[in-house]
Design a protein. Structure first.
Length: 317
């Protein structure tokens, strides 16, 4: 192994926060050495509990993450937070809010927070987030929380890498629960109704229960519904208890490994697709795709034969 990488790993594993930041940037930006680093880190990963928190913008996800982080720190557990928020520009909105709120943790190296650059993510957002989580995991963080805005497939992909997925809803969401993508409802291991200080929390609860009765899970777990007022710290302990209950359920039923196998099945396919595509792009060199496209458009060749030929060439060098 590159001796440089070994030094990195030693520093990372000793809890050095600057090395952690550098390692995450390397992986996120696909900077030179990123894959070497991940290869070396992978054997050290797999110990952290990964929580995925998703829900509509403004639901109180960051506030809740902040509360949970506090609570886990009291139990002396170290925390890594990844904030993925495609709806906020980096310099404003929710992320700025997050930064200010998180500032009180800055003196505590036991909490590390990282906002992901969501635009132009080189390896694909879900994959890069997974890789960043691997770095945090390998660095020895006990808990990793991934916050993402629940709006579509990308978010479903991101939370799928979590051991435990928490879907956060709030009262008064218009058509309420139905407005949240069905896919996101299905992945919830725990529901949170935040802003329960507002009217309508019971209404949301009834809607969740109604949806749950339509789709029973195979694993014998009924996702609990926890009501919180994150801005006042109400319900945080109950949420942490629900998280430990589910963790216990996963262990008892030996489901953690099963879930991990399912996740890796998806992730491996995605990695393979990326690798093959990259190879194909290399093969076709500059302007290759454009040249082929005009040949097909002018009916000089058919796209079916063309793709077969390119795919056949992939294995040749
Ligand atoms: N009334 C009320 N406001 C809350 C609660 N939780 C969070 N907020 C506020 O809702 C706003 C959005 O919170 P934030 O955590 O940034 O939401 P995110 O976009 O889901 O991360 C902030 O102004 C919070 O102070 C709550 O339980 N009740
Ligand atoms: Mg947020």
């Amino acid at each position: 192994m590159n001796p440089n990488i070994q030094t990195w790993i030693d520093q990372l594993r000793s809890g050095d926060v600057r090395t952690l930041a550098r390692a995450i940037s390397t992986v996120e930006n696909r900077a030179p050495g990123w894959s070497e680093l991940l290869k070396a880190l992978f054997p050290h990963s797999g110990k952290a509990l990964v929580l995925g928190l998703t829900g509509p913008p403004g639901a109180g996800k960051s506030t809740l993450v902040d509360q949970l982080a506090h609570l886990y720190r009291k139990d002396d557990r170290t925390v890594g937070i990844i904030a993925v928020d495609p709806t906020s520009p980096y310099t404003g909105g929710a992320i700025l809010g997050d930064r200010i709120r998180m500032q009180e943790h800055f003196s505590d190296p036991g909490i590390y927070i990282r906002s992901m650059a969501t635009r132009g993510s080189l390896g694909g957002l879900a994959r890069t987030t997974a890789d960043v989580a691997t770095v945090l995991d390998a660095s020895g963080r006990d808990l990793i929380m991934i916050e993402t805005v629940g709006v579509g497939q990308a978010e479903v992909d991101i939370v799928r890498l979590a051991d435990i997925t928490i879907v956060i809803l709030v009262p008064g969401m218009g058509d309420d629960v139905q407005t949240i993508k069905a896919g996101i409802m299905e992945i919830a291991d725990i529901f949170v109704i935040n802003k329960s200080d507002r009217d309508g929390a019971e209404h949301v609860e009834r809607e969740i229960r109604a949806l749950q009765s339509l789709a029973l899970r195979h694993d014998g777990w009924t996702p609990p519904i926890v009501k919180t007022v994150a801005s006042q710290g109400v319900g945080t302990r109950e949420l942490a208890d629900a998280i430990s209950d589910y963790e216990e359920h996963l262990q008892k039923e030996n489901l953690a490994l099963h879930k991990s196998v399912e996740n890796w099945q998806e992730r491996l396919l995605e990695m393979l697709r990326d690798a093959l595509l990259e190879k194909a792009r290399d093969l076709m060199s500059d302007g290759g795709v454009a040249r082929y496209a005009s040949e097909v458009a002018e009916h000089k060749c058919d796209p079916y034969t063309l793709i077969e030929e390119i795919a056949a060439n992939l294995g040749k060098n």
